[in-house]
Design a protein around this ligand. Structure first.
Ligand code: SF4
Ligand code: SF4
Length: 69
């Protein structure tokens, strides 16, 4: 389960590309800053690996309960 700060997201889709479970997808809604942001297609498959959070250049993704360095 991930937590996305849509205001920070710039829609680069790095998280979509690197999620090992392929459960992230850019949605069709725009963020307040006008970017398409990712949605989790199947939360039950998320393994909380934190890769999406690590690759995000904007620091927009957090994994609640997991401290990221
Ligand atoms: S924590 Fe891992 S499995 Fe879950 S959405 Fe992020 S990259 Fe995908
Ligand atoms: S990597 Fe970060 S900035 Fe890029 S689409 Fe994902 S959440 Fe948004």
């Amino acid at each position: 389960m991930i937590s996305l700060n849509v205001v920070l997201c710039k829609g680069c889709s790095f998280c979509v590309k690197y999620c090992p479970k392929k459960i992230l997808e850019l949605g069709k809604e725009r963020s307040p800053r006008g970017f398409f942001f990712p949605m989790v297609t199947d939360e039950s498959k998320c393994i909380s690996c934190g890769i999406c959070s690590t690759v995000c250049p904007e620091g927009a993704i957090e994994i609640p309960g997991k401290e990221n360095s």
